[in-house]
Design a protein around this ligand. Structure first.
Ligand SMILES: [Zn+2]
Length: 430
């Protein structure tokens, strides 16, 4: 691989500019670092080569030998050489980091397309270097979507199709921040957040929360949907929006006509994956279903950290209904069933602030306690957004023992953090 250094300047490495990204290359991630198991042999071979080379300076400075002018030239050349080596090393580091090799013999510059080979799946792809740094990696292992993506356009078109007036891409309402969609008649705004451009590489930790707060200040409720949610749960989001906007045509069911029964994990999983934006959950001890004509139409789940039989504190973990029906009072009926049939002193629950104002829980008698710090997931900039709580289960024992952090573990797989807006915590006491 040959690199034309004029075409590969330091600006190319913008991704490395942040402290966080540099930290990910330090320690054992750096090929020359003492912490890297291969660095010992690398360093040895360098010192071996230099061992018998006589020093030309013999204790004198360049100025003493060549005079000031020539010495300056030599020093400038040396620093240029250092810079070039630094750039090449950095380039190699990035290739390792992105798990790709350059197939072409010569690197022609950041703006020219080259053939790259994915080290993970051996797939070859044709791409400009700048785009790779913007997240366009191996299309097989790291599929991702464009900025003003098709999914964002679809969401806009859907909201427009409801026949309400909207304002698009406004920069005045919470100036200078932009809002994707505003529905003035409902004091509602909607953000479509692409997983790559809204990850920590491009957006600071409180970016989403600060937008939410800026909107709240002027009486606007802001909903944030992630790109992967729209693509994978389009029908659910459409129904959530029509419900929020009071435009739902779904038939009504009377909660009085529903029967409450416990349900098993498989049934719960399937229902949650279809009707809850966060999907199924593991470890919820009590799963209550509301049945109408023997059809499951609503679900509420509870978990407890207390010993089985000695539970006092519970968490209401999931609640959702089949969006093909409107079932007023069903949440209250499910909660009452729980309160009357299980031992409890306290029930807590969380509402995700980017999606909900927690109004339902207030109506059920819960008290608002506090806002939590912002939550986050790990994203590959594509369709995957992993819950941080599941990462620890994927790490091997030796990785945990060696002090590898979750962030490092995920970064090595090409995953970055993406932040939400935190939760609202509610409590209900007996
Ligand atoms: Zn690949």
């Amino acid at each position: 691989m040959k690199i034309d250094l004029d075409k590969l300047n330091l600006k190319t490495f913008n991704i490395m500019k942040t402290k966080k990204m540099r930290e990910r290359f330090s320690g054992s991630n750096n090929p020359m670092s003492k912490d890297n198991p291969d660095s010992e042999s690398r360093r040895k071979s360098v010192s071996e080569k230099l061992k018998d080379r006589p020093s030309k300076l013999k204790g004198r400075t360049y100025e003493e030998i060549h005079g000031e002018e020539k010495a300056k030239e030599i020093n400038d050349n040396k620093s240029q050489l250092f810079k070039e080596r630094f750039i090449i090393n950095e380039f190699q580091n990035l290739l390792d980091y992105f798990k790709i090799d350059l197939v072409d013999e010569k690197f022609e510059g950041s703006h020219f397309k080259h053939t790259w080979k994915c080290k993970e799946c051996s797939h070859e792809f044709f791409q400009i270097w700048n785009a790779i740094q913007q997240g366009f990696r191996c299309p097989t292992c790291h599929p991702r979507f464009m900025g003003d993506s098709q999914s964002e356009r679809e969401l806009r078109e859907f909201v427009k199709s409801l026949g309400i007036d909207i304002i698009e891409n406004d920069r005045k309402i919470i100036s200078p921040k932009e809002l994707d969609i505003i529905i003035p008649s409902h004091n509602l705004a909607i953000e479509h957040n692409g997983t790559f451009f809204h990850s920590e590489i491009y957006k600071p930790k409180y970016y989403h929360l600060n937008k939410t707060k800026a909107c709240e200040k002027i009486g606007i409720r802001l909903l944030h949907y992630f790109e992967d949610e729209w693509i994978q749960k389009k029908d659910l989001i459409k129904n959530m929006l029509t419900y929020t906007l009071n435009l739902s045509n779904s038939p009504r069911i009377n909660a009085r006509d529903c029967i409450i029964k416990t349900i098993d994990q498989n049934v719960s999983d399937e229902f949650l994956d279809t009707y809850h934006i966060q999907g199924k959950t593991i470890g919820d001890r009590i799963k209550l279903g509301a049945f109408h004509n023997n059809k499951l139409v609503s679900l509420m789940t509870f978990r407890s950290n207390n010993k089985i039989g000695l539970e006092s504190e519970w968490m209401l973990n999931r609640f959702c209904s089949d969006y093909n029906f409107i079932i007023p009072g069903v949440a209250s009926k499910l909660l009452s069933h729980f309160k009357n049939n299980y031992s409890w002193d306290k029930i807590i629950t969380y509402a995700e602030r980017r999606l909900s104002d927690g109004d339902l829980y207030k109506k059920l008698g819960f008290s608002f306690i506090k806002y939590t710090d912002v939550n986050f997931w790990y994203t590959n900039g594509g369709l995957i957004r992993e819950d941080r709580r599941f990462v620890i289960h994927k790490m091997k024992k030796e990785e945990i023992k060696n002090g590898i952090t979750q962030d490092q573990f995920m970064a090595a797989k090409g995953y970055f953090k993406i932040y939400g807006c935190g939760n609202l915590r509610f409590e209900l006491l007996k």
